[in-house]
Design a protein around this ligand. Structure first.
Ligand code: HGY
Ligand code: MN
Ligand code: MN
Length: 420
């Protein structure tokens, strides 16, 4: 069934594919990491499209991008809608980008219909949602709502030693004319469209997911310390082999944390070995831990066991475990969820309630204003892979539902009450 809410589906798809050319990988994916040349190029392209439609562009100290369609009451807290433009190194065309482009398409459709929202409609692209080049992720939305200080964020370095601060200064220097908004300006509500990044919508044959919340997530960084030595002369018994210790630790964590129940998600996604030389006994291993579960009590109990298991299997090496992210499962705004379901129903789109297994910036926005998410299916439920795919009709349907909800909120003369 064609979407009934005025968006230009062809323009949306064409622009989404044009955006995917920035950072395109030979295997058909996207590598457009946070604050990279690719993301700067994406800003130029998206700001160009926004300015063509009369929106104004701005940023903030955290490198978030804001594209504003002016409303009648400029002083009223705006409607925020968007996602992120950065990707994983072997990411896909849709993760984040679909949400930013759908939001921009809705804003452009307002201008084409000569409609002025009652309050500003601000399209946002959050800085470093993915947390790959710079860990942890969601730095832009965390700085925006104040759960992570901008100076702590600026101090984080990537594998080549470049700090977020240096990369942010480089981004801002590339857009010297962009005004700066204050971190954490008040917003009336936040909406985010995203691919599900899981199999449930596709399996159920549904087009729209009304996201109830996001499962809890805790991440850590572990450092195992040993001692370097000659691979040919240092006797085994005298070795403090950091990689051997990490192997024991990883096996124990997978066996005892990763198998707690059918819901737990446990990932060691990055391991760095030093000095990483074939004939040198490894002296240091740095590794990531990504732990998730929908039940906060189970997540807390599992996380509480991580450090003890690491210390148990580290000797004769030592290990340090630093917590990075502690984000409990949350619930999205009921009123917004009802609006999304109604819009999907009005447009004849099969929809279902769904918990998000993947993390999103909306988790943080939900701490400062009513927030909700709209999911669309992705092929085989896969994401964070180069062959990530979403059907044009699904992208259009998601944008059309987003448009209907935003028009309800934005065209309401009397101040709408969300979060009630
Ligand atoms: O890791 C996540 O859940 C998100 O897709 N970056
Ligand atoms: Mn994402
Ligand atoms: Mn992602």
């Amino acid at each position: 069934m064609a979407p009934i809410c005025m968006i230009n589906a062809d323009r949306l798809w064409t622009r989404l594919m044009a955006l995917a050319e920035i950072g395109a990988t030979p295997a058909g994916g996207v590598n457009r990491q946070a604050l990279s040349d690719g993301e700067i190029a994406a800003w130029h392209r998206v700001i160009g499209w926004a300015r063509e439609a009369g929106l104004t562009a701005a940023t903030d100290a955290a490198g978030n991008l804001f594209l504003t369609l002016a409303g009648r009451d400029r002083a009223a807290p705006p409607l925020l809608v968007g996602s992120h433009l950065d990707s994983q190194p072997t990411g896909g065309k849709f993760d984040g980008a679909a949400g930013v482009m759908a939001a921009l398409e809705v804003a452009v459709s307002f201008t084409e219909r000569g409609e002025t929202p009652a309050r500003d409609l601000v399209v946002v692209a959050w800085m470093n949602e993915e947390g790959c080049r710079f860990a942890p992720g969601m730095m832009g939305s965390e700085a925006f709502i104040g759960v992570r200080g901008i100076e702590a964020i600026r101090a984080v370095r990537d594998a080549s030693g470049i700090s977020v601060g240096e990369a942010l200064d480089r981004l801002h220097a590339a857009f010297p004319d962009l005004p700066r908004k204050p971190l954490g300006f008040a917003a009336a509500a936040y909406l985010e469209l995203h691919i599900e990044q899981g199999p449930l919508l596709e399996a159920a044959g549904h087009t729209i997911g009304v996201v109830t919340g996001i499962q809890g997530k805790k991440t850590f960084e572990g450092v195992v310390a040993g001692a370097e030595g000659h691979a040919g002369t240092l006797p085994q018994q005298q070795r403090r082999d950091a990689l051997a210790a990490f192997a024991r630790i990883a096996a124990a964590l997978h066996a005892q944390i990763g198998a707690i129940d059918a819901e737990i998600k446990f990932t060691i996604g990055r391991v760095t070995v030093e000095p990483n030389a074939p004939s040198v006994v490894p002296s240091r291993v740095t590794f990531s831990i990504d732990l998730r579960h929908p039940d906060n009590a189970v997540l807390d109990a599992a996380a509480a066991r991580v450090a003890a298991l690491c210390h148990q299997h580290a000797p004769p090496c030592t290990v340090m475990i630093d917590p990075l992210v502690d984000a409990p499962s949350n619930d999205f705004d009921l009123n917004l969820r009802e609006r999304i379901g109604r819009a999907a129903h009005n447009q004849g789109l099969p929809f279902m309630a769904i918990l998000s297994a993947a993390g999103h910036d909306a988790r943080h926005l939900a701490k400062m204003c009513p927030a909700a998410m709209i999911f669309i299916p992705c092929r085989d439920g896969v994401s964070h892979v180069e062959h990530e795919w979403a059907e044009p009709d699904h992208v259009a349907a998601g944008a059309s539902v987003l448009a209907q909800v935003l028009r309800e909120l934005a065209l309401a003369d009397q101040p709408f009450v969300v979060g009630a």
